[in-house]
Structures are given as C-alpha cells and as structure tokens.
Design a protein around this ligand. Structure first.
Ligand code: CU
Length: 240
C-alpha cells in the first residue's frame, strides 16, 4: 500500500515539475499556463483524495467491530500529541493550498498584464451581435443567420488585446479556446488579451444571458498566418 501511495505521489510531483513554464516565442501564453495549472490542481485533488480514501478504507476494515457488544476505546493523547495531530496535517495542507493559490495569482498577473506589442481591437457587444473595430478603422462583424462576415481575424504570433464595451445590457466575451472570459458592460471598458500561437479557427460566444437571442450571439475567431491577415486587411479596406 505504501509503495503504491509513494508511486502516485511521485507521478504527481513529476507532472508538476514538467509543466513549470509554458510560453511561446518568449511571450507569455496564459492559455497554456492555465492548462498547466488546471492539471496541477486536478493531480493535487487526485493525490489528496487517494490518500484520504485509502486511509479511510484501511481504518474501516482494520478497526471494524468484531462482535455486537464491542465498545470502542479512543487512545489517550498527551497535550503535545493532540496538538501535533492537529497542527502538522493542517500545516501540510495549508502549505499545499497556499502553493496552489500563489500559482493562481501569478497566472492572474499574466492575464492582467498586456504585452507591449499587443495589437488592439475594440469590441462592441450589443443585443445580439459582436462588432470588432481595428486600429485602422476596419469594422468586422458576423451575421449568424446569413453566415456573412469574418468575425475577429488576428495574425498568428501577435498578442491581441480586446478593449470591450456594451451599448445595451451586460454581455460576456468568452473564448474557450484561449481560456479567457470577461464581462462586457455598458459605460465601462473592460479588457482581455490572448496570444494566438497557431493558425486556428475558433469561436467567441456570449456567456452572460442577455435576452432571447443570447445563444445566437457568437462569431468566428480566426487566427491566420500574418500574410493572410495582411491580405484580409487590404480586402476589408478596399471594400470600405
Ligand atoms: Cu450577449
């Protein structure tokens, strides 16, 4: 039993050590860091759950009543022993909790610190549409009924910061692929940033119930190679 437990702990520690830093091309990549932290938390829960589960099973069988009239007897502990039993496990688990919390705060800082070379796109949420306005004045949208419009198009390798505002009710800008979500509110500008490290088409969906067509409030998010992005910008400019 001991061997199996320490093997499990070993696997968990090895996994935690391997995923220490995740960044792409020198730039932070919060989405990758998010996955690393999520795996750490899951392994943490698995290991602690296994330790307590196995210990509970052992005691359940080892100390079970063998006859109906058997009466249980607690061990007599000195004050020092009682304090040690309370404080040592508490310290170990609190240390683990604070370690995880510190990892979370570090990741939160990454999420809140926009890289200096980030490309800025203004996002306007409305019932029930996302509008993307680029620095050069291009406006891109997406019509869910006709499937027309490009949605949010970004070049691979450049971090993107979205400055967001709503013109009516509270919406929320959710991109599961990039592990980001932020409320979009009237009268207040909120932001998120993400790092499109590979060419990929994904979606942004509204993740705050905002009326009858809330579930239709989505648009494609296209991370494309820089040359393709430039071509798209030229095409949009000529159409405008
Ligand atoms: Cu909405």
């Amino acid at each position: 039993m001991k061997g199996r437990l320490s093997a499990l702990t070993g696997i968990a520690i090895a996994l935690m050590a391997t995923g220490a830093v995740a960044s792409e091309g020198g730039l932070p990549n919060p989405a990758a860091d998010w996955d690393v932290l999520w795996n750490k938390v899951l392994w943490d829960l698995v290991v602690i759950g296994a330790i307590f589960g196995i210990a509970a099973l052992i005691m359940l069988f080892k100390y079970r009543a063998t006859s109906p009239d058997q009466v249980g007897r607690g061990p007599k502990l000195s004050r020092a022993q009682a304090l040690a039993w309370a404080l040592i496990p508490a310290t170990i688990f609190m240390a683990d909790d604070f370690f995880m919390a510190a990892k979370g705060w570090t990741l939160w800082n990454t999420y809140r610190t926009v890289p200096e070379n980030a490309m800025e796109v203004k996002v306007t949420g409305s019932m029930w549409n996302w509008e993307f306005e680029y620095e050069n004045g291009i406006i891109s949208t997406y019509d869910v009924d006709s499937k027309e419009g490009s949605g949010l198009v970004v070049p691979v390798g450049t971090p993107v910061v979205l400055r967001m505002e709503s013109i009516d009710v509270i919406h929320s800008f959710g991109m599961a692929t990039y592990r980001v979500k932020e409320d979009v509110m009237p009268g207040r500008i909120t932001y998120i940033w993400f790092n499109p490290v590979e060419a990929k088409e994904s979606w942004v969906t509204c993740v705050e119930f905002c009326g009858t067509r809330h579930s239709y409030m989505y648009a494609p998010v296209k991370a494309v190679p820089p040359a393709q992005y430039e071509a798209w910008v030229k095409k949009m400019e000529s159409e405008a």
